[in-house]
Design a protein around this ligand. Sequence first.
Ligand code: PEP
Ligand code: MG
Length: 289
Amino acid sequence: RRRRAEDSVMRPATTGNGVPVHVLVNVADPSDVDRIDIANCDGVGLMRTEFLFGKGLPDEKTQYLAYRTVLEWAAGKPVTIRTIDAGGDKPVPGFTVEESNPFLGLRGIRLSLARPEVFRVQIRALLRAAVHGNLKVMFPMIAVPEEYARAAALFAEEASNLAGAGVPHAMPPLGLMVEVPSVAIAPELFCDAAFFSIGSNDLTQYLMAAARDNTAVAALNSVTNPAVLRLIASVAAFGWLHDIPVSLCGDAGGDPAAIPCLLEAGLRDLSVAPAQLALVKAAIAGVAV
Ligand code: PEP
Ligand code: MG
C-alpha cells in the first residue's frame, strides 16, 4: 500500500483522461528542499523569501546563497522566486510599518518600491543566482501596471550595474502574482509580464472581503465560491489566448476538494505545499477534464 503511494507520487501528474498537469512545490526556508525529491515534482512554483527577512534585512551574499541552493537542487527545473512580500500577514521587523489595515496597506511590491535600497539588494542577489539554474522571478501584490514597470526597470538597472562591475549574472523572466482583483479583472494591462501566478489566498480574501486569518469568516473565504472560480477561469482563459503561462500557487492548489474546480477553470499548473504532493496527484488522477 505504502509502496503504491510512493510510486504514484513519482509519476508525472495526469488527469483521469490523460491530460498532463504540472505540479510544483512551494518552499520558504532553503532547507525545505532537503526533504523533497526533485524527481517527484516539476520544480518550485513559489519560493517565499520572507523567511530570509525573519531576523532583519539579509545582505546580498546571504540571499544569493539561499537562492542558489534552491536553484542547484532543482537541477534545471524551473524555480520561481517571489520578491519580498512583507506586510499584511507577514510583518518584517525593521521593514514593515504600523498601519490600521495592513492587508490594504504598504505590502508586497508597494513596500519594495517604497524602499528601493532594500529591494535593490534582493534584485542583485537574484540576478547573480540566475546563472545557477532555471530562475523566474515574480512580484507580489501588483495592482497597477506601473508597479510592474518600475520593478522591471530596477532589475534592468541592477543588471547593467553588475555588467559594469564584471559580475556574472543573468536576467530571469519576470512575472507577477494575480492576487489583487484589479489584475484578475483587467489582465490585458499586464501583458509585459512573462507569466502570471494566481495567489488564491489573497485573491479570495480581497474578492470576498473575508480576511484569510480570521476563522470567524473562514466559510466566506472560499476559493470554490462561484465568483472566485469565474475570475480564476477568466485569467486562465486570457493566458491560453495570449500565450501567457498561468499557474496557481495559493493553498487551494493543495486542497483535493478544490482541485476538480481549478482544473475545470482551465489551470494546468499548480504549486503546492510539499506535504500535499501525493494527495494532489491522486486528486488530479481522479478528475476528467
Ligand atoms: C497567495 O496569496 O495565494 C499566495 C500564494 O501568497 P501568500 O500566501 O504568501 O500571500
Ligand atoms: Mg499572497
